[in-house]
Design a protein around this ligand. Structure first.
Ligand code: PMP
Ligand code: GLN
Length: 381
């Protein structure tokens, strides 16, 4: 098989989850919570199913979800959107990313992104026939390197694909860093596609700054999010994008021929969840912050150096003390070494030297699962 998708094979998440199932190791690899989201949201999905909302929903999404997404942007960020022209519901954030990249990029265009990057970015850019130009975020502080970011832009830059809070590093981009990205995008007349699926998962009072709220950026920014992360329902695949009407219309055209529509009865349920009180959002965040502390303390006590994340539900540790030399090879052995599964960070890099011995662990798990995983890692160290 020779094609532009050949390098992509099987995603690391599928491989590592299969490894966990096969070996019985604790799965801190693929990021998904092991508890359900708000009860009211689950009940709203049941009511939608029982209420007969089981056929194709409207192409752009059910009206109550389009309105809920617009209301959510207004409530949390003061961003005003017309729900009928500026919001599109997608099959998860994954389809939002694909629709917008395929809609905006022509073969030969360049996409600027940071590495490590979420795996679908590289594959989607390749599907569009575009090429990626990256700037490395380096362990352990993952600060933006201005010189390499500047060098990644060229006259062929069509868009910047940004992710904050950032998977896999747990970094929350600062306003100053975002302003730099914004000014380079303006200078090169590029779109900014910003993946903010972890927008509500920020810790220690860190502030999530949406790119669309920076001066002059609303007109060139497409914002992506997903109910999967905010409401612990990754299997529902309810995502969305919002931004200028012309870009949303272009993404809608592409989306029609990817899935057409998806997740009928789950759309009204996520709409309901978006309108829940601040305490629901804060509850999930606080519980994850505590889980972060629990796993980070245990990893540190086992002598692993780590980058304490200010957002998402991932932490990156340097597994050199556990004998890691090559990340992927080590991750494949980790069930045997420690009875735990993690994800090698090198698979999210073009620059392999940036992450040889780094492993990402997910902490969106029950306390007892995190404690047992910590105990095993400490015994292996
Ligand atoms: N972007 C990032 C940064 C993610 O971590 C994920 C989920 N792992 C996605 C997009 C995809 O989200 P969804 O499951 O809603 O398609
Ligand atoms: N986003 C999740 C992660 O980063 C997994 C998504 C997937 O399996 N594709 O672990």
């Amino acid at each position: 098989l020779i094609s532009r998708m050949q390098p992509f094979g099987t995603t690391i998440f599928a491989e590592m989850s299969a490894l966990a199932t096969r070996t019985g190791a604790i799965n801190l690899g693929q990021g998904f919570p092991d508890t359900d989201g708000p009860r009211e949201m689950l009940d709203a999905a049941k009511a939608a199913i029982d209420g007969g909302r089981n056929q194709y929903p409207p192409g752009a999404g059910v009206p109550e979800l389009l309105e809920a997404v617009a209301a959510h942007q207004q409530r949390f960020y003061g961003v005003s959107l017309d729900p009928t022209t500026q919001v599109l519901v997608t099959a998860g954030a994954t389809e939002a990313i694909a629709s917008v990249v395929l809609a905006l990029c022509e073969p030969g265009d360049e996409v600027v992104t940071f590495e490590p990057y979420y795996d679908s970015y590289a594959a989607t850019i390749a599907l569009a026939g575009a090429s990626r130009r990256t700037s490395v975020l380096r362990f352990p502080d993952f600060a933006v390197d201005e010189a390499s970011l500047r060098a990644a832009f060229s006259s062929r830059t069509r868009l910047v694909l940004l992710n904050t809070p950032h998977n896999p590093t747990g970094k929350v981009f600062t306003r100053v860093e975002l302003e730099l990205v914004a000014s380079l995008a303006r200078e090169h007349d590029a779109w900014v596609v910003t993946d903010e699926v972890y927008e509500h998962l920020v810790f220690d009072g860190a502030e999530h700054v949406p790119m669309a709220t920076l001066p002059g950026m609303a007109d060139r920014t497409i914002t992506i999010s997903s109910g999967g992360k905010t409401f612990s329902a990754t299997g529902w695949k309810v995502g969305w994008l919002s931004g200028p009407a012309e870009a949303v219309a272009a993404a809608r055209t592409v989306k029609q021929f990817l899935t057409y529509v998806a997740s009928g009865p789950f759309q009204p349920a996520v709409a309901h969840a978006l309108g829940l009180g601040d305490e629901v959002y804060a509850g999930l965040r606080d519980s994850l912050q505590r889980k972060r502390d629990l796993l980070c303390s245990a990893l540190e006590a086992s002598g692993l150096q780590l980058a304490r994340p200010s957002g998402t539900y991932f932490v990156i540790a340097d597994a050199a003390p556990l004998g890691a030399v090559d990340g992927l090879e080590f991750a494949r052995r980790l069930p045997e070494v420690a009875g735990v599964v993690g994800v090698p960070v090198s698979v999210f890099h073009d620059d392999q030297d940036a992450a040889r011995t780094l492993v990402r662990f997910a902490f969106c798990k029950k306390d007892e699962v995190l404690l047992e995983a910590s105990r095993r890692l400490a015994a292996a160290g």
